[in-house]
Ligand binder design. Structure first.
Ligand SMILES: [Zn+2]
Ligand SMILES: [Zn+2]
Length: 171
């Protein structure tokens, strides 16, 4: 996802529209597989102020994740706004103001790390195909979203009968 901003150097003070899309390989985030169902898209603009390049816009991607409860794959469309500043590699550490900037070399920046980092930051804490996903039965392994099983229905009774044995009878 390399972009050249040589054009901006010839027209200082202008902003240029930016439209990119790129297929990204699957990645692992905190031990969970994250796949992309199609290319990630960037829609935004870039502008050069002296040597500082500012790139901003929206990142759009459709992710395929595995639900933490039922283990089925599901789609999560993401849209993230971002603003990133880039400075020439040689100046990166000079100015405290620019500490959080990324660096560029020549007249090119690579937006792929920006896209990946912003997607990772936007991932949910827990992957769930739906908030009321019923998960899989721990006893028979059936996906309870698709099918009922008998294990769950018997469980409360079993627990109750154990309890009733422990409780002192009061007659
Ligand atoms: Zn689920
Ligand atoms: Zn079951």
């Amino acid at each position: 996802m390399r972009i050249s901003f040589a054009q901006l150097k010839r027209h200082p003070g202008r902003t240029l529209p930016l439209k990119l899309n790129r297929s990204l390989p699957p990645m692992e985030v905190l031990g969970m597989e994250v796949e992309f169902s199609g290319p990630a898209e960037v829609d935004g603009e870039m502008g050069l102020n002296e040597t500082v390049l500012t790139v901003s816009g929206q990142i759009r991607a459709d992710l395929v994740l595995s639900c933490g409860r039922c283990l089925e794959k599901y789609h999560l469309p993401l849209e993230v706004s971002f603003v990133e500043r880039f400075v020439p590699a040689a100046h990166a550490s000079d100015d405290e103001d620019l500490v959080e900037c990324r660096v560029y070399r020549e007249d090119e920046v690579d937006l792929e790390p920006v896209v990946i980092e912003n997607i990772i930051l936007a991932l949910p804490m827990q992957y769930l195909c739906s908030l009321d996903c019923r998960g899989i039965c721990p006893d028979c392994g059936v996906n309870l979203n698709n099918q009922e099983c008998h294990c769950l229905r018997e469980e409360p009774d079993a627990r109750f009968s154990v309890l009733s044995k422990l409780l002192p009878r009061n007659n």
